[in-house]
Design a protein around this ligand. Structure first.
Ligand SMILES: [Zn+2]
Length: 109
């Protein structure tokens, strides 16, 4: 008999991914990494489900690291763990941002 074990964090990831890709989110914003290694990596977030800047940073870093792990890019995964990702904008400014605006996640400073 074959048992297929799925980690609950993988299910949560798949559900989130499905929501980001297939459902229309009215308060959707693009979040992008600004960094010499991971520049251009983007996710979509729904501001209705974000409570603070850390939620945004954790969201994009989790997805980036999941992707790097899936692709077995272990050196890049290790480099991503060394970085201190953060957002310069205040949370209030993010909530007031326009739909086309990008929320930048920095690792330069
Ligand atoms: Zn910075």
């Amino acid at each position: 008999m074959f048992f297929f074990r799925v980690d609950s964090s993988e299910i949560a990831y798949c559900l989130k991914r499905y929501r980001y890709i297939y459902l229309q989110m009215p308060n959707q914003r693009t979040v992008e990494i600004s960094c010499e290694l991971f520049q251009g990596y983007q996710i979509q977030v729904d501001l209705d489900y974000i409570n603070n800047k850390d939620d945004i940073v954790r969201g994009i870093v989790d997805e980036l690291q999941f992707f790097l792990k899936e692709c077995n890019l272990i050196n890049l995964l290790e480099r991503s763990r060394e970085k201190k990702f953060h957002i310069h904008k205040e949370f209030g400014e993010i909530l007031m941002s326009q739909p086309g605006e990008i929320i930048w996640v920095c690792s330069h400073c």
